[in-house]
Design a protein around this ligand. Structure first.
Ligand code: GAP
Length: 509
């Protein structure tokens, strides 16, 4: 098996070769951290979005959706704290002239120490075989303990420096850890400074007089400023939620890892408005609901883990990340935050408008507390896509690349294939297409030998291939080939719609 870096490269080139993701503006040499979704990519992305949207709005009677504008009043970003504090700490290497995120340099250093720990564990697991007790090994092995304590020390210094906005202390930490620039190999660093991640532009016809506005860096604020509109017009009672999906923009300094960190990306966010004092109960509820949603896709549970935040942002009283094991290791996929009443209170203050809710059950008015679930659609795409990518050696020694996508997310649900391009088979196949195409996204293919056509469908993750052969013309039966097992079964043509319905359309939480 390829190592993870090689595997990741293969996944990226597969995404391009099979029409899922292209570098943006490719004929002009591309743009860093911006990507375009191709013909199958857009279908997969739409399916992930719809799976999330249905789980949020259709399966929860008290959650509704909105679609707020990307441009918003600039004071919103003052109130939310983004103008003053949505920053990343930057550092430049004076020799290579390369720019880095100081926190990422430190994170990468920690990741190297974690690698050492994992290697120790792997070695020991091999040595002890069946009798290996990982828990015991990790808590007693001196080398592992030494490395764990190094990580804790680094985290402690880093967190307190970040909390105090002490940029000199962050630079000192980088120097003390002996971190070198990967390009020049030197430790010749500039001071660390803060860099605001918001993109700004001007609105109005005369640029000097025009107002500066921002491209939203998160969709959440569009929900906060509409919460009373929705509550009143929808006669919503607390607890209730508002969901939104849409583009967000961040001027990321470190743009790498494909669609993991982009400058233009899409978020799927939900704000759940609750009675003050009940927020931690709902925080636990949403942790559970969200992990259930992920696992409902059939992805192995050991691909996920929670990472609770030890140091909380000043407005949060609980926060956790759902991390996914990407080809480059466990990284944040989704955030679940208990944001208190911070955002609504700030909007109340900056707008001068009351944002209170009258709770008829307790006869009291208050500013609700908020639990947020926030997941990057592109990151979810990468999680699903990389998890599905599989290279297999078949019994006859040939190789196939298959995307074992969850059926419900697959861009194409079935390919309709006449065995040969004659004897009335194409006509029969077209007839099937015309019947099924209103309910399923299908593809029709008659070019090349059937085996080659199966491989092409495997490569884009099509769960079923429906083949029309000479027997179809005699008794109206077809063969259905399943992508993962490659098993074929012959069923009456009249059963195919139900067959696909049963095997594809399910969303149960
Ligand atoms: N409203 C809360 C919020 O925006 P966040 O942790 O900054 O929180 C939420 O972002 C999610 O958005 C992340 O867990 C990640 O999945 C996604 N995300 C954030 N920045 C991203 C980027 N530059 N590229 C792709 N996805 C990103």
């Amino acid at each position: 098996m390829a190592n993870n870096e090689e595997l990741f490269k293969k996944i990226i080139s597969h995404a391009k070769e099979y029409g899922f993701i292209f570098p943006s503006s490719e004929i002009y040499d591309g743009m860093a951290a911006v990507y375009d979704y191709g013909q199958w990519g857009v279908e997969l992305k739409n399916n992930i979005r719809s799976y999330w949207w249905k789980a949020m709005t259709q399966l929860h009677e008290n959650i509704v959706g909105i679609d707020s504008a990307i441009f918003m009043h600039p004071t919103i970003w003052k109130a939310s704290g983004h103008v003053d504090a949505f920053n990343d700490p930057l550092i430049d290497n004076k020799d290579s002239k390369k720019r880095y995120r100081a926190d990422v340099l430190i994170e990468d250093h920690i990741a190297k120490i974690e690698d050492k720990i994992n290697k120790e564990i792997e070695k020991a697991a091999k040595r002890f075989g069946e009798s290996f007790n990982k828990e015991q090994f990790v808590t007693t092995n001196p080398r592992v303990l030494e490395n764990l304590s190094k990580i804790n020390d680094i985290n402690a210094v880093y967190s307190s420096a970040m909390q105090a906005n002490d940029l000199a202390a962050i630079k000192k930490l980088i120097e003390d850890l002996g971190i070198v620039c990967p390009i020049s190999g030197t430790k010749n660093w500039t001071d660390v400074r803060q860099f605001n991640l918001m993109f700004s532009t001007k609105v109005g016809s005369v640029s000097e007089e025009a107002d500066t506005i921002y491209l939203r860096p998160e969709t959440a604020q569009g929900i906060f400023v509409n919460y009373l509109n929705v509550q009143k017009t929808g006669r919503m009672k607390i607890p209730f939620g508002i969901a939104q999906t849409g583009k967000a923009f961040r001027n990321e300094i470190v743009a790498r890892q494909f669609i993991f960190r982009m400058r233009e990306f899409e978020q799927m966010e939900m704000q759940y408005f609750v009675r003050p004092g009940e927020e931690l109960k709902w925080f636990e509820y949403w942790k559970n609901e969200r992990i259930k949603w992920h696992l409902s896709l059939g992805i192995a549970s050991d691909k996920y883990r929670f990472h609770d935040h030890e140091k909380l942002a000043h407005y949060a009283n609980a926060a956790t990340d759902i991390e996914f094991n990407f080809p480059f290791g466990f990284k944040e996929l989704e955030g679940i935050h208990s944001r208190t009443d911070f955002d609504l209170k700030r909007h109340q203050e900056f707008s001068g408008k009351k944002l209170q809710y009258f709770d008829p059950d307790i006869n009291e008015s208050y500013v609700p507390y908020v639990i947020e679930t926030s997941i990057g659609l592109d990151r979810m795409f990468l999680a699903v896509f990389s998890n599905a990518y599989c290279e297999e050696i078949l019994e006859d020694g040939s190789q196939r690349t298959v995307l074992r996508l969850p059926n419900i997310l697959a861009p194409v649900k079935a390919a309709v294939l006449p065995l040969v391009k004659k004897d009335g088979m194409p006509e029969k196949a077209r007839e099937i297409m015309n019947k099924l195409k209103y309910d399923f996204n299908l593809i029709y293919e008659e070019k090349d030998a059937i085996g080659k056509r199966y491989r092409r469908q495997d490569a884009i993750g099509t769960p079923y291939c429906i083949t029309v052969d000479s027997q179809t013309l005699e008794d109206d039966s077809i063969t259905v080939r399943e992508r993962n097992t490659m098993q074929q079964e012959r069923i009456p043509l009249s059963n195919i719609a139900t067959y696909l319905q049963e095997h594809i359309n399910h969303l149960t939480l």
